[in-house]
Design a protein around this ligand. Structure first.
Ligand SMILES: C[S@@+](CC[C@H](N)C(=O)[O-])C[C@H]1O[C@@H](n2cnc3c(N)ncnc32)[C@H](O)[C@@H]1O
Length: 293
């Protein structure tokens, strides 16, 4: 049985502190399927944060990663910083939104072990973390909810979380590393539900290209010990705006933003693809949508 399938068992009520104050790696993992991917993105951010001149400063990821008893390197291989770069770009967008909406609410769907709220906190905003029940239970080993930082243990596809937010207020919905794992019909439904309930909101999410989605449906081994879960929703960047506008008439603007892995094979592939003009549509990217009339 791999470490990833060992039943969850907190050996102490929380990550213990060793004598020198460092958290001991004693939280055991029972996450499976898509929820296990939160460890992959966490590991990437944590390793990046430990590098000199990181693309993302993220001491919380480093703390959480160190407290988990899990063979991160064996399972996910050498981290390339691509998830850290993605998180850094989203941080910039969230910070810019908070400048205009300092008392706003950010709903982060499929948040896993992200600590973005801590990186961008202005002391006034409210943050809603939405994830599946097992994922929220695991998150709470490290991050406790509070009055401003709430946790909702439910699927993003469940209307429950949206009912917790005032539909007339300032709302930003972030879905980082989530939508590709959903069926295309579910992504459409989620997008339409958000647009209908929060007609003035903004949304930030990332997409993967169609070819990579197809590859994962066949089965991609990230390492000899880790097969990527299927990612059924892929879309090329030149199709995104038309697709979203066909889904919902209530869109004011759609912006596409690139993020680039700082190193490793994703950086190499990115460089190679960019050498062929017009091929950028085959790269992953971030999408920033402003809803409105
Ligand atoms: C790749 S991880 C991304 C985690 C985090 N956003 C990050 O970037 O580190 C995917 C996350 O989506 C969550 N997830 C999968 N299906 C979901 C659903 N239907 N509703 C909410 N969360 C979901 C998983 O539990 C997991 O935490």
């Amino acid at each position: 049985m791999s470490t990833a399938t060992v039943p969850l068992r907190r050996r102490r009520a929380a990550a213990r502190q060793s004598k020198n104050g460092e958290a001991k790696a004693d939280i055991v993992v029972n996450l499976q399927g898509v929820s296990e991917t939160m460890l992959w993105t966490l590991y990437d951010r944590a390793c990046e944060a430990r590098r000199p001149n990181p693309v993302l400063s993220d001491p919380e990821s480093s703390r959480i990663c160190a407290a988990i008893d899990y063979d991160f390197a064996g399972r996910f291989g050498v981290p390339d910083g691509s998830f850290a770069a993605r998180a850094a770009e989203i941080d910039h967008l969230v910070l810019r939104w908070l400048e205009d909406h300092p008392n706003g609410v950010v709903a982060s769907l499929g948040e896993g072990l992200e600590t973005q709220a801590h990186r961008v906190d202005n002391g006034r905003m409210k943050w809603l973390t939405v994830d599946l029940p097992a994922a929220i239970a695991f998150r709470e080993n490290f991050l406790q909810p509070s009055k401003r930082f709430r946790h909702i243990a439910a699927s993003a596809l469940d209307p429950l979380w949206a009912k917790e937010i005032d539909s007339d207020g300032d709302v930003l919905v972030v879905a980082q590393g989530l939508l590709m794992y959903l069926d295309p019909a579910a992504v459409k439904r989620l997008f339409n539900d958000i647009a209908a309930r929060f007609p003035k909101a903004q949304m930030i999410f990332d997409v993967i290209p169609q070819w990579f989605s197809s590859l994962t449906m066949w089965g991609v081994m990230k390492t000899p010990y880790y097969r990527l879960p299927p990612m059924p929703w892929g879309i090329d960047t030149n199709d995104i705006e038309a697709c979203l506008r066909a889904w919902s008439p209530g869109i004011e603007s759609v912006s596409l933003l690139e993020y680039r892995a700082p190193r490793g094979w994703p950086r190499l592939a990115d460089n190679l693809i960019r050498m062929h003009p017009g091929s950028e549509k085959y790269l992953p990217c971030l999408v920033h949508v402003t809803l409105g009339p």
